[in-house]
Design a protein. Structure first.
Ligand SMILES: Cc1ncc(COP(=O)(O)O)c(C=O)c1O
Ligand SMILES: Cc1ncc(COP(=O)(O)O)c(C=O)c1O
Lengths: 409, 142, 409, 142
């Protein structure tokens, strides 16, 4: 048994037939170690108050909890300053914040926004809205048929007209790790700002935003062992300072008069309303957990699992991997289709064997269209998965076509 | 719910049937129906003459459940007046919502009754109902 | 001892001197009953998944958890349909959603937006931004010196030019329950839309949004025993349907093509990104707890506490209540000042006696300015408070001026 | 931290002192300083002649800590060259940040040392530093 598994109560629960779940939908959300649940509960039992406001001890404790979570995130991402870490509710909110606040203020008619075609809707639809509102143009970095962005494409599409480039560090559909340094460098070369969606990378590899040079970096706590309802936006201080606020309300103002207001410095300027301190505490505990395992070990473990998965899936008749069939530059997300079986049926049939995989378009319509598939099944691993989960997946997949009425192969 | 109650022979056979999967030459109405969350994406084409559905075709792609439901539907409505088709759609959707449970009443749906169990699988209900909702929308356009 | 107190672990904790906290900052945030913490933990231990997405049982369980929380909120607020309940991260986000989505789309140059001068910044600053962007005018319903909006003011300010009226159901500064029916009726009479900030009312009294006729109603879970990071926006279905989305991303789309997208029906249209299911489960458990006590009992209990507090505070020399000095149409929020003592010092001195009150401007600068005070202390009660807490407050207050070097009175 | 270490006689007396609370007739610079979260809102006025601060006044309102800090500051800087005032501000802020702890070095702050303990009360640090930050801003404008 995987040595981390015993920290995850949900994964230990047997069903009525005594089976543990083979949870392989980690790209959608991850399970939580008991340590994270305990940290959140302890916060509410000992330190809960509205932070930044009260002159009493409890409020100071809450402020400390929030600010030490911020410092934890800063160190985890290698951000130079804690003021560059903005708490949001999700990667989606983080990316919308950049689009609405930076995009609507600094993009102008005729400017080009370059997106990877493989983007999740959260890093794509907000830019459609900004492009339309500002009269800017959206162009796409296309991938080859395995989902990789080739260097020539970066040179060709990111040009003097480009003012903003948005791309995921790793794809939630194919598991491809994009050549993000090359994309960021090229963006900076032409004077554009680089927005990196780190939702699928930060949970699975050591990230250093300063070394990458990313201007913005977004992620979601729930995909890295933390609670739902917490996201992070890293942004370079100079950029954050130049941007208008996003949500207006309590705690983000300096003075308010009847007709006008002035705003607090970063990061408070972007944190209007009572912050989710309990959630930030949970994210902080999740980072502690990840650090205790070590991001390098996690990456290694997942690399081994992915190698095993690719190997086992190759042994399933009529199965086709969507995305790269090799280990290089990828995370443990594997999409596939099974001839004659719709992904939704595949997922339903796997579910009967208590295997959880995702089926559908993975919030990436344009990419699916580009790859020429309607939908895929997607299996994605995390530190608590083991070869046993992959074995169950492969075995169960072999029975799918029979359930759908195809003769035994 | 057991898989064997879901992927019955009736359903998997209809699901794989090619009978109504050919584009019509002169459709009077074409309607797209999509379940964004699971990737079912179908097109319903109808040829209607004097208020009677003469031909029905279902294109696009979807899971075994939506495809079976579509194939059963196409078979049922061909040759029926549009009012009748509308009534069948209401009956089918009523069955899935468990509003209609009387076996005699449901008999009209013929093999469609094979999908009755779907009401116990919330995640698949939308698959079964997609073709019928698409039919309702298509009929509104006539 | 108050009979609910034993459900709230934080409130039971003695400090090194054996003293329980007298927590009187409930208008800022409330403490959580163990039942809420347990419900959230149980969700993560048994049902955690990304909702609306997977074809596996766990994802169905998460979807059910989210949708039954929505139904719970619907019933709690008396909303006609579950589709009219949008989950957000806070009341602040709910109000920004209305301002950005409704306000930016439906307000036009020359239109008037009428706000109560007593609004929290969260229901004020967003309208400043919209007014400026749309060329609309902001006008204010002023209060009398006790913080009440008089009928004549409503008639005078809400006119044929008014297209939107935004007002709190109850004030977080003075505790005044505004004549919200009269405000809504007048708004509808002149064809304006009424946005109600229910953040301070929904936790403390039975609310029926349909009976009120409110077009929008916003609240925060953390002020009603629920977790941080969850807010609610009720909106009339017709209005929500006509409005553009607010956050763009996963789960809120219908089709996405490279250049354009279409959007899901309400409420999903407004719920872009992975939803905070754990938080919604916590809110649902909080509503269960409130319902088990009964909103009428809560109101009665708080009325009695408020009467007692007003009475005891009258006995503190040099203390002046800011807001109405009587029980009628108010909740258990009492602001006051102490001659010669800055509220921040008062709060610090009370803190030494383990009494938690808030000091400052309570995120209501324009109102403070209107009332002619720089800052106040604010004590606010909830169902777990008792006369004992009030006694401690009053006794401690009597010693404040001495600490600040004023001779014994 | 004990209240008696916070509200010492030195602090409460400076906090209530009216000495520098009168608007200047011809201020050369006026600077507003605010702690939005707690309601401290002060204005610093300076009359400067030949690089020397001749008069300093502090208006507005704030808590005992910010008022005491302001009163002590006003007393310290009157009669000092602006460069000297700037140095004192850096020294005071260094003391609160615990960067400067040497008693001899801090002696220059005179009664300002009474505020040294504030560094242990995060919620009140901003109160003590507000007048000094305001001074720094004011001096930049000269
Ligand atoms: C690559 C990527 N970006 C963004 C998101 C959005 O994250 P969230 O739904 O937590 O906002 C996801 C996950 O759904 C993702 O996989
Ligand atoms: C009347 C009122 N409206 C809005 C808010 C904002 O609530 P939140 O900070 O939870 O968004 C508050 C509380 O801070 C409030 O008291």
């Amino acid at each position: 048994m995987n040595k981390y598994l015993h920290d995850f109560p949900l994964l230990l629960q047997p069903d009525e037939k005594g089976r543990r779940i083979a949870y392989l939908d980690n790209a959608a959300t991850t399970q939580k170690p008991q340590a994270v649940l305990d940290a959140v509960t302890a916060y509410y039992q000992t330190s809960n108050a509205n932070p930044h406001r009260g002159a009493y001890d409890l409020s100071e404790a809450a402020t400390k909890a929030l600010e030490s979570a911020r410092e934890k995130v800063r160190a985890f991402l290698g951000a130079p300053k804690a003021a560059e870490i903005v708490f949001t509710k999700s990667a989606t909110e983080s990316l919308n914040l950049v689009a609405q606040s930076y995009g609507m203020s600094f993009l102008n008619p005729g400017d080009e926004i370059v997106l990877a075609i493989s983007e999740h809707h959260s890093n794509l639809v907000p830019w459609q809205i900004v492009a339309r509102a500002r009269g800017a143009f959206l162009t796409y970095l296309y991938t080859d048929e395995s989902g990789r962005i080739l260097p020539g494409e970066i040179e060709k599409k990111i040009t003097g007209k480009t003012k903003l480039v948005a791309a995921a560090h790793a794809s939630n559909v194919t598991g491809v790790v994009n050549p993000i340094e090359a994309i960021i460098d090229r963006a900076h070369q032409v004077g554009a700002v680089a927005v990196v969606d780190g939702t699928q990378s930060a949970p699975h590899m050591a990230v250093d935003v300063a070394a990458l040079g990313a201007d913005f970096y977004a992620l979601s706590a729930h995909k890295m062992l933390g609670p739902m309802g917490v996201g992070v936006l890293y942004g370079k201080e100079k950029l954050l300072e130049a941007m208008p606020p996003f949500l207006y309300g309590g705690d983000m103002i300096e003075y308010v008069e009847e007709q006008t207001s002035t705003f607090a410095p970063v990061p408070q300027k972007f944190e209007g309303g009572t912050q989710n301190v309990g959630g930030a505490v949970g994210l902080s505990a999740a980072i502690d957990y990840l650090n205790s395992v070590g991001m390098e070990s996690i990456r290694e473990h997942e690399r081994a699992l992915t190698a095993y998965m690719l190997d086992r899936l190759r042994g399933v008749p009529q199965l086709k991997i969507v995305g790269p069939d090799e280990l290089q530059d990828r995370i443990g997300v594997v999409s596939f289709t099974l001839e004659g079986a719709h992904p939704h049926d595949v997922a339903t049939i796997l579910n009967a064997d208590r295997i959880a995989v995702r089926s559908g378009h993975h919030c990436a319509h344009p990419f699916m269209c580009h790859l020429g598939v309607q939908a895929t099944c997607r299996a994605s691993v995390y530190l608590y998965n083991s070869n046993e989960d992959i074995d169950r997946l492969a075995e169960s997949l072999k029975g799918v076509r029979r359930w759908l009425g195809y003769g035994l192969e | 719910m057991d898989l064997s109650d879901l992927y019955t022979e009736v359903i998997t056979e209809y699901g794989r049937s090619q009978k109504h999967r050919h584009p019509l030459e002169h459709p009077d109405v074409t309607e797209r129906g999509v379940n964004p969350s699971c990737g079912d994406d179908i097109s319903l084409e109808l040829e209607v003459n004097g208020g009677v559905i003469e031909k029905a075709a279902i294109l696009g792609s979807g899971c075994a459940i939506s495809q079976a439901s579509a194939a059963i539907m196409a078979g049922l409505i061909e040759g029926k007046p549009t009012g009748e088709a509308n009534r069948l759609a209401a009956l089918f959707l009523g069955m899935i919502r468990k509003d209609v449970t009387d076996e005699n009443e449901l008999e009209e749906l013929q093999d469609g009754v094979a999908l009755q169990n779907i009401s116990n699988m919330p995640a698949r209900v939308k698959c079964a109902t997609l073709p019928w909702h698409t039919l309702e929308e298509a009929l509104k356009k006539l």
